[in-house]
Structures are given as C-alpha cells and as structure tokens.
Design a protein around this ligand. Structure first.
Ligand SMILES: [Ca+2]
Ligand SMILES: [Ca+2]
Ligand SMILES: [Ca+2]
Ligand SMILES: [Ca+2]
Length: 519
C-alpha cells in the first residue's frame, strides 16, 4: 500500500533493527497502526488485555482510529512492550513515538557550542542557525577586513582569503581549473576542493592545479603564504593599480604584499565574519563562504588616517561589498569621512565599531569616527552581552549608533592555529559585517542603502538598547536574510483612491519611510 506521510514511512521495516528502536525510544509512548478503521472501541478485547497487562493506556490518534497512541506505565520495559504489541492480531506495526526537532542545522565545528553569539538557549543570540537554513554565504561576495592583517594560514581561514584575480599572471590563470565552480580563482581551486570543501580528482586520480603552486610553508595545504613566491608573484603590477603583487590583500602599514597578522585582532574579527563553517574545525563564522580581503593598516598600537584611507581605496577598487571597520578615532578628520562616503558611492557598506569608551558618541566632544559619521552606507555598532544588555565598555548614541551585536566573550581564531576570547565593539561589528555579507550574497545587486536599511529594519528590540541606539535593537541574522520577510516600506496612503470618475495618468503613494528606486 502507498504510505502517504513521513510518519507512516518510518514503519516500512518495523522489525529490522532492534538497536535502532531502543535508541529511538525516548519516552514510554508508542504509535500502533491497526489494520482497519476503528469504531468507538477500536481495540480488540485481546489488545485491551495486553494493554492492561502493560499498564498502558490507548487513545485514538488519527486516521479514523487506525493510529493509536499507547502510553506505557513508567516501569514497563518499552522494547518488550513493542514486541508484544507487534504480535497482536490486527496490528500492522508498532513504533516508538520519535522525537522530532525543528529543521535547524547545527554545524560540526567542535567549538560551536562556545559561540553564544550565534546560538544559545540561555540568553540572546543573532539567530544564525535559522539564517543558515536559508544561506551560508556566497563565495563570490568580497568583504574587506581593515585591521591588523589576517593569519591567512589559519586552518579555519585559509580557504576564504581572497585572491586578486587581476594580479594572477596570465600564464598561470589560463591553466587553473575552477574546481568549486564559482567563476573565480580561489583557494578551493588551488586545493582541488569543490564548493563544500570535498577533494575532487582529475581523470588520473590526481588533484587539480597541483602543478601550479607549491606548499612553500609546509602547512599541508595551499594558502596565501604559498602565493608570495614566483611564479605567483612576478614583480609586476599585473592589474595596474599601483601595487606590485597585491595578490592577497595588502599591508598598507609596511607597504608590502604580506598582510600577515601577528597581533591577533584582525584574525579574530575575520573569523567571526567568515571562519569556514561545518568543516569539523574550530568555530563557524557568520558567513561560511565569504571571500576575506586583508587590508592591514594597523599594528595593534596605532594606525594612521592616510593608511586607513589607502585601505578603503584598495578595498573598494578590489570590489568589496562590505568593509569591516573594527577601529576608530576620536578625531573628526574630513578626509576619512570623504573616503567612507566615496565607498558608499561605489556601492560599498562600511560597518564601524562604536568604540569602547562607555561614551555617548552623539556628543561631539567624545565622538568616535568613522562610527559617528552620518552617512547612508555606514552602520555603527554597539556591543551587547549574552543577556542583551549594553556592554559596560560600549559606546552608544541615540542618533549616531544604529544597533547592538554580541561583543563579550566572543570566541574567534588566533594567529597560529588556535582560538581566543575577545571583548569589544570590534567583535560586535564583525557579527554585523557577517550578516550584511550574507545579505549581499543573496542580493548581489542591492545598493548599500538597501543593505543597511534591511539590516537595521529587522533588529530584535531590546530594552537595554532603547534610547541608546537609533533602532533600539540588536542584530537578527534570520530576520535580515529571510527571503519571505516582507518588512519593506508600507503604503500609508494613495491618492486618488476608490472609483476614479475620469481617466488619470498619475497616482500618488505615501510610504511609511523614505524610499529609493532600489527599495
Ligand atoms: Ca573557484
Ligand atoms: Ca597590483
Ligand atoms: Ca604581480
Ligand atoms: Ca570551522
């Protein structure tokens, strides 16, 4: 007979695996399928006698009495009871009442449980797991990390480091097989991996692209450090952007093509945005597939506005969709403002830390930039703790700071191959960048203003952020990327309305917020 539901399908081979049955029995409840539809008394006298001997109660569950829910007394052995129920005449099958769970996918990264910011049951989180049911990222989305560099050899990061397509010598580029099929040369290809990180082999059983690059640093895989040798670096500015051999980001501080992080801040931030998820290693980033562009301009003890602006310029011209700015200054430098504004005109969102001074940055005396600039492509981020309270160290501002995100006890990657806990609005900012990059992956043609509006209009309201931020809420990944979300601008009124007596060539709509052509 045809079985029409998943529940019934579990009984196709009801007797074949006693061990499995035992594992499945999580309570003293079983579902019994009778051969024929029941009446007001669906169970035979024999069946009722068996139930009574098991201390069990039966009640009709479904399907004109064909499905009965049997609840055993607590002391009765459930496996033995199943056997007795199955032996009864007129019983087609008896199966444990299985536990079902929501379709939430938990990644296999061993330290995921410590990432309270992404998922927890005790406090607030950004609801990342529900977001991942819809998207874990798009491997063409480029995110710049303006920071202390990135440890591009880290096992949770090396696949996600962006390669400058224009700087790859043409003789190499023409030979590279795109093993993950995303149209770009990346570390998936150079390690002969498909989009899910599984090794793929050519017709002779060998890895693709293996002859094109050498594991110089002996990590056992190909990472950005292996591209800092000929023939990948050829002493030529192949893409003509003024920087020779900027193959994997740039070090604006040392004016070199090696953006290695030795301090740790940039590596941590990068991992919150884009550590490879579900790879059986370490942690999961908010975005599992993003391309991370290291823009090193800071050593941990200071950077300059001019290097920051150079980093913005490089990120924008490389095609970044989002720039993570987990840094700032109390000096209101108009050149920095102009650079951030220009990034917006080029289609780039800048996500900026509100700062860690416990200050109201609406006050120009203690403001923090770029977070305090009023620009439509800028998101300014405060830090919250696991209870959704504004962190004691976090800056805030009802007109300048937009939302909160987790920024305390955040586990992220550390230089080497380890992990470390950091606190700060830097960490909060990285979570927001992760979500904006997920959105940008789903909507590659969206304007910066749309991405910003979507992120801010889908926050989770928190009392601890009311009066402290423009939205009064914290980052909510699922609501932001939910493709069925209809929280767009609403029409408040239309004119004319009702029957229009004469032909008209215009209708005036009034929305609940200002809109642009991309809204
Ligand atoms: Ca590729
Ligand atoms: Ca170049
Ligand atoms: Ca070159
Ligand atoms: Ca991982």
């Amino acid at each position: 007979m045809k079985r029409s539901t998943a529940l019934l399908a579990t009984a196709d081979h009801p007797h074949d695996n006693a061990q499995r049955d035992l594992r499945r029995i999580s309570s003293q409840r079983m579902i019994v399928r009778l051969d024929s539809a029941g009446s007001s008394m669906p169970l035979s006298q024999e069946a009722q006698a068996v139930l009574a001997s098991l201390g069990a109660k039966g009640s009709s569950l479904c399907c004109d009495g064909r499905l009965i829910l049997v609840t055993l007394a607590s002391e009765v052995d459930a496996a033995a009871a199943l056997d007795r129920l199955r032996a009864l005449p007129g019983v087609r099958y008896a199966v444990p009442d299985d536990v079902v769970s929501l379709a939430v996918f938990l990644p296999n990264d061993p330290q995921f449980a410590a990432q309270w910011a992404l998922k927890n049951t005790a406090g607030v989180d950004i609801d990342a797991t529900r977001a991942w049911d819809q998207t874990t990222g798009n491997s063409t989305t480029l995110v710049a990390v303006m920071d202390t560099g990135i440890d591009y050899r880290h096992p949770d990061l090396y696949l996600s480091i962006a390669i400058n397509q224009g700087e790859i010598p043409a003789s190499l580029k023409s030979q590279i097989v795109d093993t993950n099929g995303n149209g770009l040369v990346d570390f998936y290809d150079l390690n002969s991996l498909d989009a899910n990180g599984n090794v793929v082999l050519d017709s002779s059983g060998q890895k693709y692209n293996r002859a094109l690059v050498t594991d110089h640093n002996g990590k056992g895989y190909i990472d950005a450090g292996d591209l800092m040798f000929p023939p990948w670096t050829d002493g030529t500015d192949n893409d003509g952007n003024g920087l020779v051999d900027d193959i994997v980001g740039w070090d604006h501080l040392g004016n070199s093509n090696n953006p290695m992080d030795t301090f740790g801040h940039g590596t941590h931030v990068a991992s919150t945005i884009g550590a490879r998820g579900n790879n059986g290693t370490g942690i999961a980033g908010v975005n599992w597939r993003v391309r991370l562009l290291p823009e090193r301009f800071h050593a941990g003890d200071g950077g300059t506005i001019s290097d920051a602006i150079r980093a913005i310029n490089h990120a924008v011209t490389q095609g970044a969709k989002v720039i993570n700015s987990s840094w700032g200054t109390t000096v209101n430098n108009p050149a920095l403002r102009d650079a951030v504004d220009w990034a917006g005109q080029q289609g780039v969102v800048v996500v900026a830390a509100a700062g860690n001074g416990s200050s109201n940055i609406d006050n120009p005396q203690v403001a923090y930039y770029p977070a305090a600039y009023s620009l439509t492509n800028l998101i300014s981020v405060a830090s919250v703790d696991i209870n959704g309270n504004l962190s004691g160290f976090s800056n805030y501002g009802l007109t300048k700071v937009h939302l909160g995100a987790p920024g305390e006890n955040i586990l992220g990657a550390a230089p080497g191959s380890g992990y470390a806990m950091w606190n700060g609005t830097s960490m909060a900012t990285a979570h927001v960048t992760g979500v904006v990059s997920l959105l940008a992956g789903l909507f590659p043609n969206a304007s910066p203003q749309w991405l910003v509006d979507r992120t801010l209009s889908t926050v989770r309201p928190l009392s601890g952020l009311a009066g402290k931020t423009t939205t009064g809420g914290m980052l909510e990944a699922f609501s932001a990327i939910n493709t069925t979300n209809t929280a767009g601008p609403r029409i408040l009124s239309a004119s004319p309305i009702g029957d229009v007596a004469t032909p008209t060539d215009r209708v005036t709509l009034t929305f609940d917020r200002s809109i642009t052509a991309s809204t």
